[in-house]
Write a protein that binds this ligand. Structure first.
Ligand SMILES: Cc1ncc(COP(=O)(O)O)c(C=O)c1O
Length: 416
């Protein structure tokens, strides 16, 4: 990324002001791993966010606040569309949305005709689960550590159609990728039709070897649906690398788009068999837009996805991933092995990135989250289920090492 691009995309009034030419040239030349540890650089990025002084937000996994340039652009879209009203909807809405979709498709590395903009991962994955041409007795495979809404959607198909759900439980520190692949394979039978797998498990931050799992599943004739809620715009990959049939994410998470933005990718040859949730019979069976008929919706949100992409691309996914992994290890390395502290995140650095989960002996997860917030002003979320007991800690680009020092101190005191 050249400095000029950085400024063009973010506007002279925003991030561009934070870097002079010479300074940016110096930063841009640094390898991402080195830049990841340069607090002065990230302090400038932090200034692009309006951060509450009331508490330290280490729960950015639910959704990510918009950076100020994105927020300002979003508000501009709200005003603009309010002014143009139905004329906008009747003349420009669909072309504008298609242009944003094209940019997302480029980022995802998929053909635009295989991608739709949705409201979130839930809508995207449930569109697949609910629209899958299930027959009674068909089977699906998933993990206990998958997201609750999707697990419920599979349970709904069990009630409604009579499918059978087979649920595995993921080991946090597998000896190898193969152990995980074999675990999923053990749940496959001749009746299995669909396997759901998280790219990054939300409660532990564990990154799964999705491409290997998908290769195994395909060898058994099983389709693969990837929950990428936490991986997209967090770690570097292209959707086809994962080798799945379906991929979904929420853009209000790691991309920092406004709330209510997500995407669904369906491989072209899988589109025709899916039943839409909401009918739009004007679309051909193999047109992915048949899955995207949600009626009149907040189009300004769709537009602001492009602004979030500008911000994300200006920083660059390699720099972002390196910083997020650095931040996670900054604090986990300081408490891993400390008496009374349990990390519920893989020890292998390749199996996690920004998200980690920590438990303290003698404190229920809710009590730990409460103590962190009320005594130390640190906001996290309690996780108590699927074999995971602790609080999830999710820093972001604006998180400073000083804030993580405070977390480390708090954990050590609480564990003592
Ligand atoms: C792994 C995973 N999948 C799906 C979702 C659902 O995301 P959304 O609520 O944006 O639809 C989440 C939300 O946290 C998640 O962590």
């Amino acid at each position: 990324m050249h400095k000029r691009d950085f400024i063009r995309t973010l506007g002279a009034a925003s991030l561009g002001l934070l870097f002079g030419d010479a300074l940016w040239a110096r930063y841009a030349a640094l390898p991402p791993q080195e830049l990841a540890q340069d607090e002065a650089f990230w302090e400038r990025i932090r200034r692009a966010y309006l951060i509450t002084p009331e508490y330290v937000n280490l729960e950015n996994g639910y959704y990510l606040m918009q950076a100020q340039p994105v927020l300002e652009a979003f508000v501009g879209h709200v005003r603009d569309i309010n002014r143009q009203a139905s004329r906008y909807m009747r003349t420009r809405q669909f072309d504008d949305k298609a242009a944003v979709r094209d940019r997302l498709a480029r980022m995802a590395g998929v053909p635009p005709a295989e991608l739709i903009i949705t409201r979130n991962t839930t809508e995207s994955l449930d569109t697949v689960i609910g629209g899958f041409p299930w027959q009674p007795g068909d089977e699906a495979v998933m993990a206990e550590q998958d997201y609750g809404a999707m697990l419920d959607m599979f349970r709904l198909q069990a009630r409604r159609v009579g499918i059978v759900n087979r649920v595995v439980s993921l080991p946090l520190d597998p000896r190898s990728d193969d152990e995980i692949v074999r675990l999923y394979e053990g749940a496959i039978t001749p009746r299995t039709r669909l396997l759901m797998v998280c790219h990054m498990v939300n409660i532990t931050g564990q990154i799964l070897p999705v491409a290997k799992i998908a290769a195994m599943a395909h060898a058994h004739g099983v389709q693969v649906m990837v929950d990428g809620a936490h991986s997209f715009a967090h770690i570097e990959f292209a959707v086809p690398d994962l080798n799945g049939d379906y991929f979904a994410t929420s853009l209000h998470k790691w991309l920092g788009a406004p709330l209510g933005a997500g995407l669904l990718h369906v491989r072209q040859e899988r589109i025709a068999a899916l039943w839409p949730t909401f009918a739009d019979l004007s679309k051909a069976d193999d047109d992915i837009l048949k899955l995207n008929h949600t009626g009149t919706h907040p189009v300004h949100t769709d537009l602001a996805i492009a602004d979030a992409l500008d911000f994300h691309e200006a920083i660059g996914i390699r720099r972002k991933e390196a910083r997020l992994r650095f931040l996670q290890h900054y604090w986990t390395d300081r408490v891993r092995g400390a008496p009374g502290v349990t990390l519920n995140t893989p020890a292998d650095p390749a199996r996690s990135c920004g998200i980690a989960n920590v438990g303290v002996a003698g404190l229920a997860p809710a009590a730990l989250a409460d103590a962190l917030f009320t005594r130390y002003g640190i906001w996290t979320v309690a996780i108590d289920g699927a074999g995971v007991r602790g609080v999830r800690v999710t820093p972001h680009l604006f998180t400073s090492t000083a804030e993580l020092d405070a977390l480390v101190r708090a954990l050590r005191e609480l564990a003592a």
